[in-house]
Design a protein. Structure first.
Length: 212
């Protein structure tokens, strides 16, 4: 699977090589690894048994396996092909910025995903916007944003960044030394230093909520 790239030899080789390395280094069986990750061992067994023809696991399964293994396949190869992004809850975002869970842990815990056309960063997560600070730039409450984690993509002037607040997720324009508001309260900018520790990452895409 992995977004219908079963026939892509580079993707297949990267996943198979990673699985073999994890099993060898940890001295795990496929059954043990699958059980620890909460997924069917057959996702591993059939691929190792028939690496050229067996279906690839879904991205969700890869994240679960990776969370246990504390490593990922060579996503330098996969990054340009994957377009399935895990949706993270507000609680998950708060756990992330507070350091209670790692990025990989909240990705692995996701139960729903959104699809994005084109390239996606493998650090990406999706989340629902609550605030209205950037409605005049096209980001409205109820929209879903794709967020590239700060460790993977530091913000640059003009970027949109996602910030957790008391009322949920909001978005601002990165304009050092300010987070710029372009909504109903335009001009009420936030100092970047005030938001340190609450900035989730750079918004790379917006999925609009259909009006009712």
């Amino acid at each position: 699977m992995i977004d219908n790239h079963d026939g892509d030899e580079k993707v297949r080789k990267a996943v198979v090589t990673w699985m073999k390395r994890v099993i060898d280094e940890n001295r795990w069986s496929a059954e043990r690894w699958g059980r620890m990750a909460g997924t069917a061992p057959t996702n591993i067994q059939r691929l190792l048994r028939n690496p050229d023809t067996a279906p690839l696991p879904t991205l969700a399964t890869v994240y679960r396996l990776a969370d246990v293994a504390k490593s990922m396949p060579d996503l330098g190869i996969l990054a340009k092909r994957l377009n399935e992004v895990p949706v993270v809850s507000e609680d998950g975002l708060r756990d992330l910025i507070a350091g209670r869970k790692t990025l990989r842990e909240i990705q692995a815990a996701a139960t729903t995903y959104v699809r994005v056309a084109g390239e996606v960063d493998t650090s990406c997560i999706a989340a629902r916007v609550n605030g209205d600070s950037l409605v005049f730039r096209g980001v409205s409450p109820g929209d879903t944003v794709i967020i590239s984690h700060l460790d993977a993509r530091p913000p640059e002037a003009g970027d949109i960044v996602a910030v957790m607040g008391d009322s949920g997720l909001d978005c601002f324009e990165w304009g050092p030394p300010w987070l710029l508001s372009m909504g109903p309260r335009a001009g009420q900018h936030m100092p970047i230093e005030q938001a340190r520790g609450r900035i989730v990452g750079v918004v790379t895409d917006v999925i609009k909520r259909l009006a009712r």
